[in-house]
Design a protein around this ligand. Structure first.
Ligand SMILES: [Zn+2]
Length: 274
């Protein structure tokens, strides 16, 4: 894959963490690399209160950055008593989305009631303002569906990022308004089940994401190798998005051009107004 292949294509990253120290603090210009391959917008998800001012700053600096503010279930223990006020202040400061929020039963000693309270409080804010909301879920798909079914949701729907739930649950989430984003990690040989699942996602609900710097795609799908400047460990570069699109195009038996048009439509519909 060369840069010239991508000249007329427009890519949209439904989920990343550009504010991560190993991306934005990297000596190479990550945003310029991303724009060069045709990335038009990327949703940058703050996951902690500390992230939010950084995400806001990035959005003010870069046109391609679409800011999203949320408290991730993995960092709930660290939240301040005034977190909801701070969240509102960020949402008021700039057109933005809510996320990353969610349920995670994979973390050790998770506090289920607190997780759910923080999750539903943020869901309520998104519903009241009809903002796009990005949901992370690990090992809690049944419970997530229960909660989504009994709470009010944004009219525009919600995003299940890097959807790893079952194929059977796809229509059940879709009827509640779900969008489903696929990440590069699902290109790994052993991720057969997730690839199969995405064949059952309604095409008008499909989005694509890097989750950079996380979810490193398999070696064969890395066009932009990058190392954490401190640990020297490989990290996922946001500009790998182009090759993730190629993977998805192959999976769905679509041309890259057709896929890009479909994903752009979905992205602009879901994130409308941002
Ligand atoms: Zn994420």
């Amino acid at each position: 894959m060369t840069d010239s292949t991508h000249h007329s294509l427009r890519f949209f990253d439904a989920h990343n963490h550009l504010h991560a120290e190993n991306l934005i603090g990297h000596p190479s210009d990550i945003v310029a690399d991303a724009e060069r391959i045709g990335i038009v917008r990327m949703v940058v998800n703050g996951a902690t209160e500390q992230d939010w001012p950084e995400v806001l700053e990035l959005a003010r600096r870069h046109k391609c950055v679409m800011p999203s503010f949320g408290l991730h279930p993995r960092y709930i223990a660290e939240h301040s008593t005034g977190w909801q006020k701070t969240l509102m202040a960020h949402l008021d400061a700039i057109p933005s989305a809510v996320g990353e929020i969610g349920l995670d039963r994979w973390i050790e000693k998770f506090d289920s009631p607190d997780q759910e309270a923080v999750f539903t409080a943020q869901l309520r804010i998104a519903a009241e303002r009809n903002l796009p909301v990005t949901i992370h879920c690990l090992r809690a798909w049944g419970r997530l569906h229960e909660l989504l079914a009994k709470h009010s949701l944004p009219v525009r729907g919600f995003l299940l990022h890097s959807y790893g739930g079952s194929r059977e649950m796809v229509p059940r989430f879709a009827e509640l308004g779900a969008y489903f984003s696929i990440s590069g990690q699902f290109a790994a040989d052993w991720k057969t089940r997730q690839r199969e699942t995405f064949l059952h996602v309604p095409i008008d609900r499909l989005l694509i994401e890097t989750d950079a710097p996380f979810m490193l795609p398999p070696e064969s799908h890395i066009t932009h190798p990058l190392r954490d400047p401190k640990t020297t460990r490989p990290v996922n570069h946001p500009a790998n998005l182009g090759s993730i699109y190629e993977f998805v195009a192959g999976l769905l038996e679509l041309s890259l051009e057709d896929l890009a048009v479909i994903v752009e439509k979905n992205f602009l519909r879901f994130f409308d107004g941002l």
